[in-house]
Each structure stands twice: as structure tokens, then as C-alpha cells.
Design a binder for this molecule. Sequence first.
Ligand code: FAD
Length: 478
Amino acid sequence: KISLVWLRQDLRLSDNPALLEAVKSDQVYIVYILDDENAGSNKMGAASRWRLHQSLAVLERKLGGNLNLYKGAAEKIIPEIIAQNGITDIHWNRCYEPWRIKRDRHIKATLIEAQVFVHSHNASLLWEPWEVLKKDGTPYRVFTPFYKNGCLANFQPRSPHPAPKHIPAQKDRTSISLQKLDLIKGYPWFEKLNNHWPIGEEAALERSKEFLKSDIKNYKIDRNFPYKTNSSYLSPNLHFGEISPHQLWELTELASRENDNEWVSKSSDINHFKNELGWREFSYYLNYHFADMQKQNFNKKYDEFSWDYEETHYAAWCHGKTGIPIVDAAQRQLWQTGLMHNRLRMISASFLVKNLLIDWRRGERWFWDCLLDADSASNGASWQWVAGCGADAAPYFRVFNPVLQSKKFDPDGTFLKKYVPELCRLPLKYLYEPWEAPEEILSAAGIELGKTYPKPIVNLKTSREAALAQYKLLTGKL
Ligand code: FAD
């Protein structure tokens, strides 16, 4: 028996059921295909491509070079590899985005017809979307009942599988080099991202253990403060499958049983972290059951919303030049590090949608290009949550006030000063809203609004009111 393992968002050797089954064969071809052709507008953004390159490099080293790489439409490449190498069985771990499901179904049908044994496995989600349904057989639309009644009450996540002891990996002569995938060509800015984040399965496991041992302390509260390091920063690792949610879940169970590192809020911190993993599951669930969350309003009534198309506002938002310090700091963090803290994602997205009245899909696109953890399910569902058109979304009248948010979650201005250094000489009182500072204070701090730092591109109060009026127009129908 000769098997092919088609890796996609599972770039790891441990807890990889497709690989574990395939290595029972005499020979195994481990394959990754950069399939931009099927992805269409879901084609990975620049930051994700850089991140993928790093992840594949680590995996290739682990496999002693026996990772086969290709570029093109999977439905053309896979049958060729199969024919060339006399492959009898193919294994993959399931993906859940609509475009991948469509492609995989097509490939499965073609291969079965060609008498190849096709095996798909679960590796990326704790709960299969089709298993979690309400009593009446329909899918959940609200997070808490989904998570508590649908998932936790009915299914205990399985234990992770070990890595295979022996991998009879083969090199296919038509595979290309990692460089030829061209994942980082043309993006010289990627160098700034080097060494920022843990890459590969060992690094992901190490970070998970470190996080669950110490950084998770006070997670429930401190995860809201962008200058603290109390969240896991594992989202890119989870997205590329360098660690599975099952591994992470088991580590949380172990951490909650350990007695040597007690703190008052331990179980509530760990449960809150599990809850966040639950949100990841919910995003995939919505994407699977309802709509392509990256593109289509979950709440169809929002199709009638009249968005604004002020290009200068969009450009200012993208590049951290809105004149609203916390929004600028957030956007610059994204540009400089490839990630943005969760609270800042909410503040910055709310500003784009509810102060600038720009379609959430344009914000989604910018994040898609810049985020190392860009994930069509989580990004789409989260943008829709902020915009108010998603499942279980923030109500339309909830508009984050960026000034109050930054005072609350960055009380010493540490984060603002780091990413908006041109304001660092301002007294704290004015740091969050420099337009309120008297001229002499601005000039003593070396600031000239409109020159050294932008004037706010909109008035926060009037733009909020205008947005609410727009949203209210829809409320009769929402
Ligand atoms: P932790 O707090 O350590 O959480 C652990 C894991 O749970 C994360 O790694 C992530 O996989 C998952 N998670 C946490 N919060 C959420 C959430 N709200 N929705 C879905 N999964 C969650 N997350 C992405 O992974 N990819 C995206 O493209 C993405 N885009 C977002 C866009 C917007 C506008 C917003 C508001 C949120 C977005 N998120 C996205 C969710 C969240 O911001 C990130 O998952 C989180 O910041 C990652 O940091 P962490 O790994 O330290 O999270």
C-alpha cells in the first residue's frame, strides 16, 4: 500500500490523524499544495504567505527534506502525483471553509471513481459542525447555547494522538522547492517579523505550556490590556495547525489539575481561555452552516445598509493616521508585528464601521492581508460581530468610544507611547485625545496637529450620531 497525505491547515506531525493512518502504509508521500487557483478571493494575504513559508520551512526540516511541495490547482496536481507514484490511498484532515469543502468534495468524487481510497479525518476542530445541533435538528445561532448545551454538554473532545514513530516518507520527483512557492518574494518588509513569534510545532507546544503555567494568570481580566502579555498569542499556530485545539484543550485540563501553581482565579482563567477556543469553533460553525462569513452578511437585512466610500478615510485607517491615538496605535501594531491585540481589533474595527461608516468587508480585507493569523472564519465572523450584522453580534448601538477604551485599558499610556511615539511628550491627560490639548501644551510637547500628528479625520461624537442614525434606519427591519 502506498499513501499520500495532503497537508493543509495541519502543519504538524503530532496529533495528525491523517498522517498517523497514512504511515501504516509501506510508503508515504507527504504533500502541501499552494492552491491559489481554487482559493480565488480567499487567496492568502501577504502576512499569511510569509508565515506559511516559515511554517513549511520548519516542517521540511523535521521531515529531513521529505516534504513534497507544489503550486496550482489541487484537482490537477493530486491525480498526477497519484498516477506517477502508484498511490492507492489518500488521507487528509478536514477543512471547513466553503471554498475548500467544494474543492475537496470534487476531488474526493473524482478519486473514488478512479478507485483510489479516500480517507478524511478530524484534526482542526474540537466539535464537528454537523454534530452540534439544537434539539429540533437546526444549527445554533447564539454562542453560549452552542458552546454550553451543544458542545460541552454532549461531547468531550478526544485526546490528542501521538506523532508517528516511523515515517516511510518518499520524495516525488515533480515536487518543487520552498523558494519556488514564491511565498515571500516581493515582500521585503517581512524581515521585521522575524523572531517575533513562535513558529512550528515544537515552538507552539512550548509557548502553550509557558502560557498555561504562568501568563494565563488573571487572563480573564488582563487579556483586555494591550500592553500586557496575558493572552496566548497562539492564533497563527492554531490557524496553520502547528498545534491542534485537541492538544491545547488537553493541556488546559492538565493545567487545571496541577496544584503547584495556584492562584485565586485559576479555574475561571482557564475556563475563560477554553471559552475563547469555543469562539474559534463557533466561527467555523457559522461559516459551515450559514454563509461565507468573509463575504456575506449573516443578517441579510444588512445587505441594504448604505456604506460610505471615503477613500482618504480608509487609507488613513489602514496606515494608522486617523488622528485617534488608540486606533493609530492598533493599526501600527498590526503593520509592525503582523498581529493586533484582541481588544484593539474590536476598537479599530468599530471605528472603521461605526465612525467612518466603511463597509466591514473593506476592513476584513486589510486584516486579511496584514494578519499572521488571518483566518477566513474567525476574521469574517469577528468583523460581522463588531459591525452588528453577525450571529450573536454586538448590538448596533454599541459603538466603542476609542478615548474611553484607551483610558481604561491603557491607563498609563504605555501602549500608546510605544506605537505613537510622536505623542509621548504629551501629559497623560491629553495623550488619549490630543485635539483637546491647549496650543501651548502641544507646542511644549513638540506637536503640531496636522503636521507632526494628524488632526482627527472625523469628530467622534458627530460621526457616532450619524452612524447611529443610519443604523436606526434599518432597525425597523432588523
Ligand atoms: P487568546 O486570548 O490566547 O485565545 C486563544 C485562541 O482562541 C486564539 O488563539 C484564537 O484561536 C481563539 N480566539 C480567541 N478569541 C477569538 C474570537 N473572538 N474569535 C475566534 N477565535 C478566537 N482571530 C483569528 O484567529 N484570526 C483572525 O483573522 C481574526 N480576526 C479578527 C478580527 C476582528 C475584527 C476581531 C475583533 C477579532 C479577530 N480575531 C481573529 C479574534 C481574536 O482577536 C484573535 O483570535 C486573538 O486576538 C488572538 O490572540 P491570542 O492567540 O493571544 O488569543
